[in-house]
Design a protein around this ligand. Structure first.
Ligand SMILES: Nc1nc2c(ncn2[C@@H]2O[C@@H]3COP(=O)(O)O[C@H]4[C@@H](O)[C@H](n5cnc6c(=O)[nH]c(N)nc65)O[C@@H]4COP(=O)(O)O[C@H]3[C@H]2O)c(=O)[nH]1
Length: 700
């Protein structure tokens, strides 16, 4: 009678036949009637899962298949027309195909009657009421460990009808590790104090899904206050938690860029100001505003504007460290907070200048996507620094904002400090930078040479030290310009000039018998060493001058090695193959020297002058110098002591078999011509007074 309307009798068993996929092949009117559907035709071909609320009909069938008999009726809810739920029992019988695999099933569905008078029905009503309140209930007999749970309780943990043995441990296994201690403590406290527990925690369902549950319950005790049983209810609160997280996200983050908003930034800034004072490590706040963003927004539309803001956010984050905070305050305003930039004002200024330049460069790169194709954007940065007890988040923001307007007033694409003296310092640095640039072009930089003396007192090497013959300031010492050259990147150009000049000097000396044995050590900055062209440039100079590569010693500091070990090691290996030698400068000042000594092709250790100068008066320095020399000897490395100013220090170093000595005792750094003169005068005479017996002993 398919398609014919007929009222099914309430007592008639509803049945249907489903295929291996769970789609209905056949059904009777009783099922349609139970579901509140007019005709059986509306059910044919549809998935049974749409009508029976049960985690998986497939597992029911699977169980029946394994047991080989019709399954025990299982309690389910029917999903009726209008989404109404109806309690029902389902029994199934599986069909198998020729291979023995489940190919479909017949399902017999009966409505669960709820007779108010029967105990069974009362418990069912209770369970339905609990389900209506989305509560899974459970109890645990503490004497026998017997556990009871409602279906919904198990479904919350992801179990279907195949119920596992349940215990306190099973429950705890589901609780995620981070929440477990809190759960155990809540339950234990409730047990001790005979009070109710209530907590929220995350559980990992049997299918791996992470859910939030709320749990409440208590312990039942006997007359002697001995615990008898625990019972309680749980509810899946994942949806509520997701909403709460969303609300929290909107309260603290910018929905477009997903960066922290003003509120969160103010909060983090408050903490940062406190730690800056406590740790004596200043930080800085950048107020960044895009230049002329309004025009872009007005001409290309808000969608293009949003794309630009998203890209700016991405670029800002790529310029900064993970611990820095980038926030969007709305519109085209971004605020960046950086902590731990230094303990001195000079350190903070250098760090700020470097980061600000990075930001300016990152923002001005073309925006080559969709409507923004070939668009350019610049920004203005206002800087306020913090580290004093008077700083407050509001004040700092105002200061950075004011500074940003000053940067805008100079035409944008600029950085401006709020603090006038810092602005003066940064202006001076910028001026020095351009002077160095001009000085490089005009060839104002010159190498001085400081002799290095061997165990016999013979000058066998020199350290090349840079000087700037400034047209107005006169001779400028490296400490006054190398840091700026390094932070601006000009050291790469300058360093190439130094190596070229040193190699040409070695070439000049090669034909002079008095100067030919001299090798020259050249200082190399980290930035220079990391430069992609560094190895090729040196090889080109070696080829052009045809000097003996072993005559060139490159001096690297530990901090230079530390900045990029892999890349540095690679460059060192390549140059080592050409025969160039390496010295580790300022040895003993770093932390992981031994690690580098093992890994990198180092020929020589240079003991820092801070240890050498007090070696005879400070027992710690004495121990350090002795250890470095002994270490170098064990590893087959040469040792150079720099900063030797007295005969006594020199005598001590000689006794320790330190291979080379350098210092004012022998000579200050000299211009090339003066150095050559020095060599000619001193080459034949020994600089260090000593007995021949002592020298023989040292050289043995
Ligand atoms: N008090 C005292 N000082 C002594 C004595 N003997 C030598 N010195 C000084 O100690 C410094 C040794 O150079 P450094 O440790 O490599 O330290 C160098 C090096 O780090 C850097 N530098 C110099 N030239 C270059 C260069 O061409 N490239 C790079 N990247 N850095 C350079 O500048 C630093 C300072 O160079 P200078 O001012 O020439 O200072 C030189 C030298 O004049 C002594 O007996 N007593």
């Amino acid at each position: 009678m398919v398609g014919t309307q007929r009222q099914a009798s309430v007592s008639e068993k509803a049945l249907c036949v489903i295929d291996g996929e769970g789609d209905i092949l056949f059904t009777n009117l009783a099922l349609a009637s139970l579901l509140g559907i007019d005709s059986t035709a509306a059910l044919i071909g549809r998935s049974i899962d749409a009508f029976i609320e049960c985690t998986s009909i497939a597992s029911l069938i699977e169980r029946q298949y394994r047991q080989g008999v019709a399954s025990e009726p299982t309690r389910v809810s029917l999903v009726c027309a209008g989404e109404a739920r109806l309690p029902a029992l389902v029994a199934c019988y599986a069909f198998r195909n020729a291979d023995g695999a489940v190919d479909g099933a017949a399902l017999i569905i009966t409505r669960r009657s709820l007779d108010a008078s029967s105990d069974a029905s009362r418990s069912e009503r209770l369970e339905m009421a609990l389900e209506a309140g989305e509560l899974g209930a459970w109890s645990l007999d503490l004497r026998t460990n017997a556990a009871w749970r409602t279906d919904l309780h198990d479904r919350i943990f992801g179990y279907d009808n195949i119920l596992p043995e349940w215990s306190y441990e099973t429950f705890l296994d589901h609780v995620v590790e981070a929440d477990r201690a809190h759960v155990i403590q809540s339950l234990a406290q409730a047990r001790e104090t005979n009070t109710a527990w209530e907590f929220e925690c995350r559980i990992r369902r049997v299918d791996g899904m992470l859910r939030w549950i709320w749990a409440q319950g208590r312990v039942e005790q006997d007359v002697q206050d001995e615990p008898l049983a625990m019972f309680g209810v749980i509810r899946d609160i994942s949806a509520r938690k997701a909403t709460e997280e969303q609300i929290e996200f909107l309260a603290f983050y910018d929905p477009l860029t997903r960066l922290p908003n003003r509120r969160l930034m103010l909060d983090r800034l408050g903490q940062a100001v406190r730690s800056a004072v406590r740790d004596n490590a200043s930080g800085a706040l950048f107020f960044i505003d895009l230049d002329d963003f309004k025009t872009l927004n007005d001409t290309l539309g808000h969608q293009a504007g949003d794309q630009m803001l998203l890209e700016v956010a991405r670029r800002l984050m790529s310029c900064l460290r993970a611990q820095d905070t980038v926030a969007r305050f709305g519109g085209d305003e971004f605020v960046v907070m950086m902590e731990g930039l230094g303990s001195t004002e000079a350190e903070v200024i250098i760090a700020v200048q470097q980061i600000a330049e990075k930001v300016l460069r990152a923002i001005e790169q073309p925006y080559d996507f969709s409507v923004l194709w070939h668009r350019r954007m610049t920004c203005s940065i206002g800087v306020a620094t913090f580290g004093s007890t008077q700083d407050t988040p509001d004040l700092l923001l105002r200061q950075a904002d004011i500074a940003m307007y000053r940067a805008k007033a100079t035409g944008g694409h600029a950085v401006h400090f709020y603090e006038p003296h810092m602005q003066a310092a940064i202006d001076a640095r910028v001026a020095l930078e351009s002077e160095i640039q001009i000085g490089i072009q005009r060839g104002e930089f010159e190498l001085f040479y400081q002799p290095q003396v061997d165990l016999h007192g013979a000058t066998v090497a020199a350290e090349a030290l840079l000087r700037w013959r400034h047209p107005i300031r006169g001779l400028v010492e490296p400490n006054d310009f190398i840091p700026v050259a390094e932070s601006s990147g000009l050291i790469v150009q300058l360093g190439t000039q130094v190596i070229t000049a040193a190699c040409h000097k070695l070439q000049d000396w090669a034909d002079d018998p008095e100067l030919a044995p001299i090798s020259v050590a050249v200082n190399i900055s980290a930035r220079q060493f990391r430069d992609a062209r560094f190895v090729d440039d040196i090889c080109a100079v070696l080829d052009a001058t045809a000097i003996e590569p072993a005559k060139l010693v490159l001096e690297l500091t530990e901090s230079a090695l530390l900045e990029c070990v892999e890349e540095t090691a690679e460059h060192m290996m390549e140059l080592k193959k050409r025969g160039i030698r390496f010295a580790l400068d300022d040895f003993g000042m770093g932390y992981s020297s031994l690690y580098y000594l093992k890994r990198l092709p180092i020929d020589q250790l240079k003991i820092d002058q801070r240890f050498v100068s007090d070696v005879l008066s400070d027992p710690n320095d004495l121990a350090i110098v002795r250890t470095i020399i002994a270490l170098a000897q064990c590893l087959g490395l040469r040792v150079v002591a720099e900063g030797v100013e007295t005969q006594a220090t020199s005598g001590f170093l000689l006794a320790q078999k330190c291979h080379l000595q350098q210092g004012f005792l022998f000579s200050r750094p000299l211009p090339a011509a003066a150095y050559e003169q020095f060599m000619r005068e001193r080459q034949m005479s020994l600089c260090i007074p000593r007995s021949d017996a002592a020298v023989d002993q040292l050289n043995s």
